[in-house]
Ligand binder design. Structure first.
Ligand code: URA
Length: 217
């Protein structure tokens, strides 16, 4: 497993991440979703640099141009619901890819502990494909791990790119330990130091799903 942190060197990515985090800007859900989407586009561009390319002849109005085009069959997959805007950003660039969705949610017990439940998965044939799985927040790492395992139970992709915008150090370590021998690349925009008692990332940005789509019961 490989880990790629994309916030070095500094780029316009920093502006989008800062706006996601900023309480004075977060009240605008359209901007919040659009920033998740813009970061999805940046991840897509970075991931595209790791794909395999084949030469193709392209007929122009004036002749033939040689272009190197990616060979992989890509499936963009996201964890509902906060993954959806990130999914859209990835799909803006990998616009011919297939799509998958996994629902993962925290089921809290009375003492405030929680387990992650996967209730729904929709995926095309994944065999020999390149899966990109999006979840903007990598907190404890257990949702991403279970979503990865749910995807693997549905087929045998060649490679899986896990994509998160804000990760906790503990979450990155967890994924590294759990998926160390798997054909996986973990892509992260920023890594924060802490998780609070409710396993939210600190300083993080709050609840990405609520900020994008409103509060839930
Ligand atoms: N999910 C979120 O939306 N935010 C966190 O900080 C952790 C998990």
């Amino acid at each position: 497993m490989e880990i790629k942190l994309i916030n070095q060197p500094h780029s316009i990515l920093n502006t989008f991440v800062a706006e996601l985090r900023d309480v004075n800007i977060q009240h605008d859900p359209l901007r919040f979703r659009r920033n998740l989407e813009r970061i999805g586009e940046i991840f897509a561009y970075e991931i595209s640099k790791t794909l395999t390319y084949k030469s193709h002849d392209i007929t122009t109005p004036l002749g033939t141009a040689n272009e190197w085009l990616p060979e992989e069959k890509i499936v963009v997959t996201s964890i509902l619901r906060a993954g959806v805007p990130l999914h859209n950003g990835l799909l803006n660039y990998f616009d011919r890819s297939e799509n998958g969705f996994v629902s993962a949610f925290r089921k809290y017990t009375e003492d405030g502990e929680f387990d992650i439940h996967i209730e729904y998965i929709s995926a095309p044939d994944l065999n020999k494909k390149t899966v990109i799985m999006a979840d903007p927040m990598l907190a404890t790492g257990s949702s991403l791990e279970l979503a990865y395992k749910a995807i693997k139970a549905n087929g045998n992709p060649e490679h899986v790119h896990l994509v998160s915008i804000v990760a906790s150090q503990a979450g990155v370590e967890y994924i590294k330990n759990m998926l160390n021998d798997e054909p996986v690349t973990l892509w992260v925009a920023v890594v924060d130091d802490e998780l609070n008692a409710k396993s939210y990332i600190v300083p993080g940005l709050g609840d990405a799903g609520d900020l994008a789509y409103g509060p839930k019961l």
